[in-house]
Design a protein around this ligand. Structure first.
Ligand code: FMN
Length: 262
């Protein structure tokens, strides 16, 4: 039986599930309503080495129609040793976070291949690359604006730390590539205040489901990862969420390994 404190904490967390209700009328105006400037909708490159991604997706061989892809989708935890091509990786990045267009001048937003509440798109994509043709082992950051990668950290000795960050889930740590999505919640909080957390967590599901379906079409497999060690994962990427400024705060919220189906 849960004790009082745990039950109280759980009931507080359930507030996250709620949308607007009449009690909100007295809520403090959001930063957008207070006409405060928003933050950029994309994280600027670090300025290290940039790798352009190929986008000739018509050269890929896709399998299955939409009905088959939905029907065969499942969490796959075993992958072939084979590397993915850079074009396949590029397609997966485009499917999950690719930008279609920008809108707005004062506070520009992106429209992408996945939906997002208010088109706020709070996610940044990091890749732990083990076996991708044409990429050396390392940690990369996706730059959706021009569909590029940048080297986030060129170290190649992250295996043990990644396994710890993934709570010992070997299949994920050893996959050809691991997608790790962070969120910069202020992008959403600026507009939605207290409701931001609910919306950005819902948004994460769209991203990962597109990865499942895009993987299926390439005969790859993936598996959503929600069980990870928050501090270890954030440290591995160099985030310091608790000491960051409110608007810079960035923390990992979801991950997914990808490999070829066996
Ligand atoms: C939010 C979320 C977190 C998950 N975390 C993990 C995880 O850490 N490790 C794992 O092996 N599977 C994880 N899964 C995969 C589920 O176990 C899987 O979706 C479920 O068993 C249903 O199987 P299916 O996806 O093949 O339909 C997660 C799935 C979701 C949606």
């Amino acid at each position: 039986m849960m004790n009082e404190t745990t039950r109280y904490e759980i009931s507080k967390k359930r507030q996250l599930l709620k949308a607007h209700h009449s009690g909100d009328v007295n809520a403090e105006p959001t930063d957008q309503q207070q006409k405060l400037p928003s933050i950029p909708c994309l994280q600027a490159p670090k300025g290290t080495q940039i790798i352009p991604l190929p986008a000739n997706f018509e050269d890929l061989t896709f399998t299955g129609n939409i009905m088959e892809l939905i029907q065969t989708r499942e969490s796959r935890r075993q992958y072939a040793d084979e590397a993915l091509s850079l074009l396949e990786l590029s397609f997966l990045l485009w499917s999950t976070q690719g930008v279609r267009r920008f809108a707005g001048h004062k506070n520009p937003v992106t429209f992408r291949n996945v939906p997002s509440a208010g088109s706020r798109h709070t996610f940044e994509t990091y890749l732990f690359v083990n076996r991708i043709d044409g990429l050396k082992k390392g940690i990369y950051h996706y730059l959706p604006e021009k569909h590029e990668l940048e080297i986030w950290d060129d170290r190649d000795n992250f295996d043990a730390e990644l396994l710890d960050a993934l709570c010992g889930q070997t299949f994920a740590a050893n996959a050809p590539v691991l997608f790790a999505w962070s969120s910069i919640p202020y992008r959403m909080e600026w507009r939605f205040g207290l409701k931001a957390v609910k919306y950005l967590l819902i948004d994460a599901g769209h991203v990962c489901e597109n990865l499942y379906l895009a993987c299926e079409a390439l005969r790859c497999g993936t598996c959503a990862i929600g069980a990870y060690d928050q501090d270890r994962f954030d440290q591995l990427l160099g985030f310091q969420p608790e000491s960051s400024a409110e608007t810079d705060y960035q923390t990992i919220i979801y991950a997914a390994p990808v490999g070829k189906q066996i």
